[in-house]
Design a binder for this molecule. Structure first.
Ligand code: ZN
Ligand code: ZN
Length: 671
């Protein structure tokens, strides 16, 4: 709308002026609004029937034009429109309070609210005012005022009003009184989906995640109304570290929703991604692309699903998302670019990760840390260190995580002196207190270089209690360098610290077995048996086309199972001639010799490699992701297989990325 003074309606035309006022909705309309306002002041006698609506319209219009002080001035003015205070009513206040709340000016809103009652009955707050005031109390954590308002509301009998109740629920929840919120919720006679959402999100925000899930389940079970996008958004924060059954429950509710909005998809994706359900996350995303009618992934969707793609090395899905992002011109977007960079790095595509990094117009410490960590995990410690120096050169302050990345890079590449120097500068220059992760990197670094006693001394002088990862790193080093004395000390500490931890049993019992401490071998194994702990079943995941395939040790469930085993037999037969002889040490000592070899040859990573060799054309890199550290036998086999098939094999385990080309691995055989 473009109105200027000359376009103003003819004198006397009050209705036209009021229409003009109502049409002013943006800051650009302010001049017209002011002119119309001035004209109205001349025309409208306080007794004029339009005086009261005019006042409301003016306040609304000024608020819509983001001129809140002007709106306030109209409310407070003693202009002819307000002679005798007859035209200022609660409605005027409600309009302005709503505008202030919408602009997050909660304290101003509350000040105005408090000033209403003293002005007399016409200005008493009503059932429109109270929810707004409670909302502002929630946002500014004004529990005391909130309590007063709520009790006033109850006296007036307005507490049965649903809007009032919803805002009381969220006020109590946000002011740290979730149980009071529940009392309000519980006392409601008629609840709708908004009531349930308010309570779920109330508990979730207060950190009472189990209560939030309980209410969610109760809501779904009642089947009075159906969860909506708001419900999904409310439950999301409570599902950070969720039980498997709860995730399943939410998924069922999600599937039963007839109309799924983008928010619901994004919430479900985030629940999967945050809980490590990478396969489920990627599958859901593919389903969304296929049957999400009218729903288009946005940057939140993509930033949520990229990390699971990286975790699974789902390179082709990730690549397609990247193309999607480029096509929709969603870049630059730091969040997305960092997610892309990480995805490529985790898929073992260092080159693509670097391309994303180089193309970024702005980079933060997270971007730098990602690329440093990518080079480190690929065994390119030198490059990682160079990048770290470059980051410092650009004046960026490294944080604790950046130091973990560069120290891990030094340890992966065996850069002992550089690593020591960084560790020193971390405290002396950047005043960052080292955490267990940093110590683990240092123990790894020293251990790799064969400085086992130094690593042990390092642990004994640590100012914090060494955790299982620190001892685990030492145990690993002792295994590789066959240091029995310190190895047994490390094993004892680990066993004492985390008797229920599954990850270390094999290492532990092997260490004891090698030391001839059979009694300890027995006690490790009896702990395992008593607690019902089994070795975490090794699983390898590969992507083929748009599907993710999972393999477990010795499994025969795959439709191509027969071909896979045939291929594997053929491969193992060929590499046996090259010196491959299944290492016997990698599994527990009391497995029969023959059995052991049988087990080793069907490790999930071997099955996954054979599967990809069958199903991809010559020269295609083989990407396998594992949920454990790869074993020495598979590592050796993979190196030989890369030679005889002339394929690059990218084996990602929980700790690093083994980039194997022509029989040589980027890890230098230390992991
Ligand atoms: Zn293996
Ligand atoms: Zn390796």
């Amino acid at each position: 709308m473009r109105a200027s003074r000359s376009h103003l309606p003819a004198t006397g035309d009050v209705d036209a002026l009021l229409r003009l006022v109502a049409a002013c909705r943006a800051p650009a309309h302010l001049p017209s609004l002011r002119a119309a306002h001035a004209r109205l002041l001349l025309l409208l006698h306080p007794s004029h029937p339009s005086a009261a609506p005019a006042r409301v319209k003016l306040i609304q219009a000024y608020a819509a034009c983001s001129a809140l002080p002007a709106a306030h001035a109209v409310l407070e003015s003693s202009c002819p429109l307000d002679r005798g205070g007859t035209t200022t009513t609660a409605v005027c206040f409600n309009v302005l309070i709503r505008a202030l709340t919408a602009a997050s000016l909660h304290r101003d809103a509350l000040r105005l609210f408090v000033s209403m009652r003293p002005r007399g009955p016409a200005c008493f707050p009503d059932h429109y005012t109270y929810p707004l005031a409670l909302k502002s109390c929630a946002a500014s954590k004004e529990l005391l005022l909130g309590l007063q308002i709520h009790s006033a509301v109850a006296k007036l009998g307005l507490d049965a009003n649903r809007y009032v109740a919803h805002s009381a629920i969220s006020m109590y929840a946000r002011c740290g009184r979730p149980e009071d919120a529940y009392r309000v919720f519980d006392g409601m006679q008629h609840r709708d989906v908004v009531s349930w959402n308010a309570m779920i999100s109330g508990f979730a925000r207060a950190g009472l995640f189990e209560r939030a899930v309980e209410v969610f389940k109760e809501f779904v079970a009642l089947q009075c109304s159906i969860p909506d996008a708001g419900t999904m958004a409310s439950i999301l924060p409570a599902m950070g570290n969720a039980k498997a059954e709860d995730i399943l429950f939410v998924r069922k509710a999600f599937d039963e929703m007839q109309f799924k909005e983008l928010i619901s998809w994004n919430a479900m994706l985030a629940i999967y991604a945050n809980n490590g359900y990478h396969v489920k996350a990627v599958e859901l995303f593919l389903r969304m692309e296929k049957d999400g009618i009218g729903v288009k992934p946005d940057s939140v969707t993509l930033a949520t699903v990229l990390p699971p793609c990286g975790e699974l090395s789902a390179f082709s899905v990730g690549k397609r998302i990247h193309e999607n992002i480029k096509r929709k011109m969603m870049l630059p977007n730091l969040l997305l670019e960092n997610a892309l960079l990480d995805m490529y790095a985790n898929c073992g595509c260092l080159k693509d990760a670097r391309e994303v990094f180089d193309s970024m117009s702005a980079r933060d410490v997270i971007s730098w840390t990602s690329i440093i960590s990518a080079y480190g995990k690929h065994g390119h410690g030198r490059e990682a260190v160079d990048l770290f120096e470059k980051m410092l050169g650009q004046g960026l302050e490294p944080d604790s995580i950046a130091f973990v990345a560069v120290l891990a890079a030094c340890s992966h590449a065996g850069l002992l002196d550089v690593g020591k120097r960084y560790f020193g500068s971390m405290t002396s220059r950047y005043h960052i207190t080292p955490k267990a992760e940093h110590y683990t990197c240092m123990v790894d670094l020293l251990g790799r270089a064969g400085c086992i006693s130094e690593a042990y001394d390092f642990i004994t002088t640590m100012p914090i209690e060494p955790n299982e990862r620190v001892w685990g790193a030492l145990l690993q080093a002792c295994r590789i360098h066959s240091n029995m004395d310190i190895g047994v000390v490390a094993a004892d500490s680990l066993f004492r610290l985390v008797p229920e931890q599954t990850g270390y049993y094999v290492l532990l019992s092997n260490m004891y077995a090698r030391a001839g401490r059979w009694a300890d071998v027995t006690s490790v194994r009896s702990v395992m048996a008593n607690k019902g702990i089994k070795k975490l079943p090794g699983a390898s995941i590969v992507e083929l086309g748009d599907r993710v395939h999972t393999f477990h040790i010795g499994d025969r469930y795959h439709p191509q199972s027969e071909m896979i085993y045939q291929k594997l037999d053929e491969l193992l037969g060929r590499i046996r001639g090259m010196g491959y002889n299944p290492e016997v040490e990698a599994t527990l000592h009391d497995v029969e010799e023959e059995d052991k070899e049988g087990h080793l040859s069907v490790h999930s990573e071997k099955l996954a490699i054979a599967f990809l060799l069958i199903n991809t054309s010559p020269g295609t890199p083989i990407r396998v992701t594992m949920n454990l550290r790869t074993c020495g036998d598979c590592h050796f086999a993979a190196k030989l297989i890369s030679t005889i098939t002339s394929r690059e094999i990218i084996l990602k385990d929980t700790n690093r990325i083994h980039h194997i080309v022509q029989g040589a691995c980027s890890c230098g055989d230390y992991w």
